[in-house]
Ligand binder design. Sequence first.
Ligand code: ZN
Length: 102
Amino acid sequence: MIREIDLAFIKLHILYHAEKEEVYGLGLIEELGRHGYALGPGTLYPTLSKMERTGLLTSESRTVNHKQRKYYRITPDGTKQLAKVKAKIGELYREVVEGKDE
Ligand SMILES: [Zn+2]
C-alpha cells in the first residue's frame, strides 16, 4: 500500500515539475531524493515511459556534453489531469490532515 501511494506521489511530483520546466531522469532522482524518495533509475525510467505512453508527458532526446539525454515536458492532457488531481489533493488535505470534513 505504501509503495503504491509513494508511486502516485512520485508521479505527481513529475507532472508538477514537468509543467514548470523540462525535466530529465537524473534531475528528477535528485529532486525526489530531497523529498525523501529513494528512487533508482530502475523505477523512474519505466514510470516516465509509462507516463509518456499514456499521454501525460512528451519527450525529446538531445545531446548534452556528448551524452544523449531525454527531456520530458507535460502535455496539454497532462496539464488537465494535474489540475484535476490538485483539486482532489486540496480536498484530501482538508479532511485527512486538517480534520475538516464538510
Ligand atoms: Zn518535487
